[in-house]
Design a protein. Structure first.
Length: 388
């Protein structure tokens, strides 16, 4: 890993070089040919792909082959409930929902409450449970349909994952886990076993619906180490290797600092007030000049601008309008103040609508999504006789 940045499933620091990360992780870039194939198959292109915000993959071409030939695949993604969600956390779910609609398929959302309990020594079980419920409400506020969406809360539904997890764990040595994840003698044994639990939803779909012939995981690229190990194990348990499409991380509002719960001013939280949003965006790092006069004369640098990144990731639907904003910034026609005012307005409208939808989600409504209430456990466990 480069000394300039660090990317692990639990920590991201520094300014990430995403192209270099492709080589370091051994993933493949999302090529223009793959983007064209996607458009041809589905007749449209999500902005997350057209803008290469989801920009790398493992076997995404294989998934497109399967879709093209009429084979069924399912989706799997997840969330670690270690605190309240910010906009960056929501971004992969926005993309996943688009994919689910386009593929008309089932989605498994794993809530890794166990991992966060194991990893964070200062967070107790009760706190994790509260974050779990709150995070689930934020995710469901995006409008996922309960009929084809399954939520797996590890601490409450481990019985659905455990038989797959032990089959995976049996084939992963500590030497492999240590090399991939950097575990040390101070790592608790729960974290060492957890990677097999995160692997389980990559295979669970085959035991719920035998028509599935593939699994696609849309997630941020920091989670890739898990899938590296999972894919190696797949052949050993005679199941298809899960494919991944990897997303970039929405940058923090401060230069060189990722969004962090320990530094609230780096992130826009879904619970932030309009005043808090205004203050944070107004103080955000931009690629602009020190004065309006210099901005008009020399233009700004949208490629380095956090404010422009927010438009690019979530707050400008039109690719054409995004290009216009990019050129207007570079030419000096658009100032940082104008951009910030517009972004503040869009974020606050988004958050207001999101909170309105979230308020309607009750604990009883969540129950409709939980795998515990959607899949008969006894019958499900019988299916595991197929496991090697």
């Amino acid at each position: 890993m480069s000394e300039e940045y660090k990317v692990t499933p639990w920590e991201v620091t520094g300014e990430v070089d995403y192209e270099k990360l492709i080589r370091e992780f051994g993933v493949s870039p999302l090529t223009d040919d793959l983007v064209s194939r996607f458009r041809k198959i589905f007749g449209e292109l999500p902005s997350e792909i057209s803008r290469k915000l989801f920009y790398a993959h493992r076997d995404f071409d294989v998934i497109l082959d399967k879709v093209e030939s009429g084979k069924k695949i399912y989706l799997y993604t997840g969330r670690g409930p270690s605190g309240p969600m910010h906009i960056g956390h929501l971004f992969p779910f926005v993309f996943t929902k688009k994919l689910q609609t386009m593929l008309n398929t089932e989605l498994f959302i794993q809530i890794t409450s166990d991992e966060k309990f194991l990893y964070h020594r200062n967070i107790g079980r009760e706190e994790i449970f509260e974050y779990t419920i709150d995070n689930i409400k934020d995710i469901l506020a995006l409008g996922f349909d309960y009929k084809n969406t399954y939520i797996i809360d590890d601490l409450r539904a481990i019985q659905y994952l455990y038989q797959i997890a032990v089959s995976v764990a049996k084939r992963v040595t500590f030497s492999t886990a240590k090399a991939v994840f950097g575990f040390t003698h101070d790592t608790n044994i729960g974290m060492i076993f957890f990677m097999s639990i995160q692997a389980a939803p990559s295979f669970i779909g085959y035991f719920i619906n035998d028509k599935y012939e593939g699994c696609l995981i849309p997630a941020a690229i920091d989670q890739d180490p898990y899938w590296r190990v999972t894919r190696d194990i797949a052949t050993k348990i005679k199941l298809p290797k899960p494919a991944q499409i990897h997303g970039k991380l929405l940058p923090g509002l401060k230069k060189g600092i990722k969004m962090s719960a320990s530094i609230p001013e780096t992130s826009i939280y879904l619970s932030d007030s309009p005043e808090a949003v205004k203050k944070k965006i107004w103080e955000a790092y931009t690629g602009g000049q020190p004065t309006i006069e210099l901005q008009r004369k020399y233009g700004g640098d949208p490629d380095k601008c956090v404010v422009f990144s927010y438009f690019k990731f979530l707050f400008e639907d039109s690719d054409d309008k995004l290009r216009e904003r990019y050129e207007a910034c570079k030419s000096g026609e658009l100032t940082c103040g104008e951009c910030k005012r517009e972004l503040i307005d869009r974020i606050n409208k988004f958050l207001e609508e999101h909170r309105r939808r979230k308020e309607k989600i009750t604990d009883e409504y969540i129950e409709k999504y939980l795998i515990n209430n959607k899949v008969d456990l006894e019958n499900h466990i019988r299916q595991y006789k197929l496991l090697r």
